[in-house]
Design a protein around this ligand. Structure first.
Ligand SMILES: Nc1nc2c(ncn2[C@@H]2O[C@H](COP(=O)(O)OP(=O)(O)OP(=O)(O)O)[C@@H](O)[C@H]2O)c(=O)[nH]1
Ligand SMILES: [Mg+2]
Length: 579
């Protein structure tokens, strides 16, 4: 371990629409790297990365899953993510911490809804990207149609680095358009291939693809560009060198066809990861806030700088306990050194670092710039926290969480379930930040909210299986709210003449709509002591009392509630003047 260098690390997120073949690809890569002796299958529920009971039940990925393996002297930290739309946070959060991504495109379907989302994340975080056109062995698979779709819908800079040899059931290998080498597989799941040249009927296609690729990659190297424009014949080594630079600079997004289940073309994906994707030293510095201030500082990828990392995932296993997943952005750390959670202001003891392979971990005493590892039992650490060393106060921007969009009212089935519910909910929320739970006094409902019905279904199933709490669900009662749409003014007069001086009040309010969820914010705009200060609390009290019963249908004119589907709610910000 002590000899590992950041230049030999690659960090890769596997993203796509659901079912495009991400988990199958990561399984094939683990197998080809020698990390596992037998290749599992999603449908057989024995892949490394889909290890959760809920994933087995549904044959889809639900959680992002870290698989670290070695290939060609490189440490590759691969994060397999779920493609189903309810779990898009599990694609976005890992994208924050990797330097590169593989977007899988199903050759029988082309660009799908979540493919676009995955691509948006790659653009948002500006990670080097490669497209893997998967399932080329399947009936109705069409590599060229998928390629055109990617070029038209996502990016014209997506260019084939490999072309498929054969199609559907006769798909047997790939040919590299730069050097013309072909890799012919047996298609029996083994990683062995026979090397050859360009198949006779593919000469034109390879030449065309090679020219298109060269035209683009030379943009990454001024010297090469000059030679190219002067009409010089470029060597394969020249082009390969420029290709790496072009991929890192996002000038080109290589496209590689393959089929993960029969293990065709996967070795070429692995070669491209090792040879074309950036190391942590090749990417720009990350912005961080300077201490508590608004000022930002650049955190350069420097192994000699103070240790800085970001927690992007927390996994709570009832048996293993809590695992916090971090990416190191600068420096290095040994496990005998405590870690300092800058976001929470607490120091935590490190027992070990774990290089993960699905649910299994290999312990390590040292991590360096670029590593993505899990740390057991960091009790205070949550997703988005900056972990560093004492004395270092810079922090990375938090990981933005999506707002829940779907809610259910939940009821324990029995008294015993009621007693255990609190603990189960706490545990499940710790792990999944996109779930929310709240009790609402006005409807009496306990509401579980999340990203969709599948998300909640899985949460309920976990609560039942892991924590043995049985819950019934209902559609939540709507707690309507009222609000105003534009600024309005009102006046209230009070007169009481009972002899003597009598009482007189004249109160003017100005109410302006405010952002949803911002509540009632009372502002005193009385200037120059026109009204004695001691009258003002009474005016505020009156206003808040009136707001409890709105004018439209008598519902409170107050704050929004995250679970409600009511559309008429918003908040008001009364400002008032007393004359
Ligand atoms: N024929 C064939 N089937 C494949 C290939 N890759 C994946 N599959 C099958 O396609 C289905 C989905 O594959 P997964 O690897 O689970 O896809 P995924 O992208 O991980 O799916 P989610 O994680 O749910 O988004 C499974 O039944 C796989 O066996 C392939 O290259 N060829
Ligand atoms: Mg999967």
């Amino acid at each position: 371990m002590g000899t590992r260098k950041p230049e030999d690390i690659r960090t890769v997120a596997l993203v796509s629409h659901g079912g495009a073949g991400k988990t199958s690809l990561s399984e094939a890569m683990l197998f080809n790297s020698g990390s596992i002796a037998r290749m599992g299958k999603v449908d057989d529920k024995n892949t490394v990365s889909d290890f959760d009971q809920e994933e087995h039940k549904r044959s889809i990925s639900i959680n992002s899953s870290l698989c670290t393996f070695s290939y060609k002297d490189k440490t590759i930290h691969l994060i397999d993510t779920p493609g189903f739309s309810d779990f898009y946070f599990e694609q976005r959060a890992p994208m924050r911490v990797v330097d590169s991504a593989i977007v899988a495109i199903n050759a029988t379907a082309g660009v799908e809804v979540q493919t676009r989302k995955a691509w948006d994340f790659a653009e948002e975080f500006q990670v080097a990207t490669m497209f893997y056109v998967s399932k080329v062995d399947k009936e109705h698979a069409d590599f060229y149609a998928a390629l055109s779709d990617v070029q038209a819908s996502l990016s014209g800079k997506a260019l084939p680095l490999m072309l498929p040899i054969g199609k559907e059931a006769s798909f047997k290998g790939v040919v590299n358009v730069i050097d013309g080498k072909s890799y012919i597989y047996k298609g029996d799941g083994t990683k062995d291939f026979a090397l050859g040249g360009i198949p006779d009927d593919m000469n034109d296609a390879v030449r065309k693809a090679r020219n298109e690729l060269i035209e683009r990659v030379v943009e990454a190297d001024d010297d090469l560009m000059m030679r190219y424009l002067d009409g010089e014949e470029l060597s394969n080594e020249d082009i390969e060198g420029a290709l790496r630079k072009a991929v890192i600079a996002r000038i080109v997004f290589p496209v590689i066809p393959g089929a993960s289940v029969p293990n065709i073309g996967v070795m070429q994906i692995m070669d491209a990861i090792a040879e074309c994707f950036p190391s942590p030293l090749d990417v720009p510095p990350r912005a961080a806030a300077k201490g508590e201030s608004e000022e930002t500082v650049d955190i350069a990828p420097d192994i000699n700088a103070p240790f800085m990392s970001l927690c992007f995932k927390v996994m709570v296993d009832p048996y293993v306990g809590r695992l916090s997943f971090i990416r190191v952005f600068s420096g290095q750390l040994t496990s005998d050194h405590p870690i300092y959670n800058v976001s929470k202001g607490v120091e935590e003891r490190v027992s070990s670092f774990r290089f993960m392979r699905g649910k299994e971990g290999t312990e390590s005493k040292e991590i360096i710039l670029g590593d993505i590892v899990a740390i057991p039992k960091l009790d205070s650490t949550t997703v988005g926290d900056t972990l560093s060393v004492k004395g270092q106060e810079n922090r990375f921007p938090e990981i933005r969480l999506p707002k829940p969009v779907y809610s259910l009212a939940v009821f324990p089935k029995s008294r015993a379930d009621e007693d255990k519910l609190g603990n189960a909910i706490r545990k499940i929320l710790e792990e999944d930040k996109t779930l929310k739970f709240a009790k609402y006094a006005d409807t009496g409902d306990s509401i579980l909210s999340g990203m969709g019905d599948m998300h909640l279904d899985i949460a309920l199933s976990r609560i039942k299986d892991r924590y043995k709490v049985d819950l019934e669900t209902k559609v939540p009662k709507v707690a309507y709210r009222e609000t105003i749409k534009k600024t309005a003014k009102a006046q209230g007069k009070y007169k009481k003449q009972t002899g003597g001086r009598g009482q007189y009040g004249d109160v003017h309010f100005e109410l302006s709509p405010r952002e949803r969820g911002s509540g009632i914010t009372f502002e005193d705009k009385v200037v120059g002591g026109v009204v004695p200060k001691n009258f003002i609390p009474a005016a505020e009290k009156g206003l808040r009392e009136s707001a409890m019963k709105g004018v439209l249908a008598g519902y409170p004119a107050v704050d929004f509630t995250p679970y409600s589907t009511a559309r008429i709610m918003m908040s008001t910000a009364p400002r008032w003047r007393l004359r």
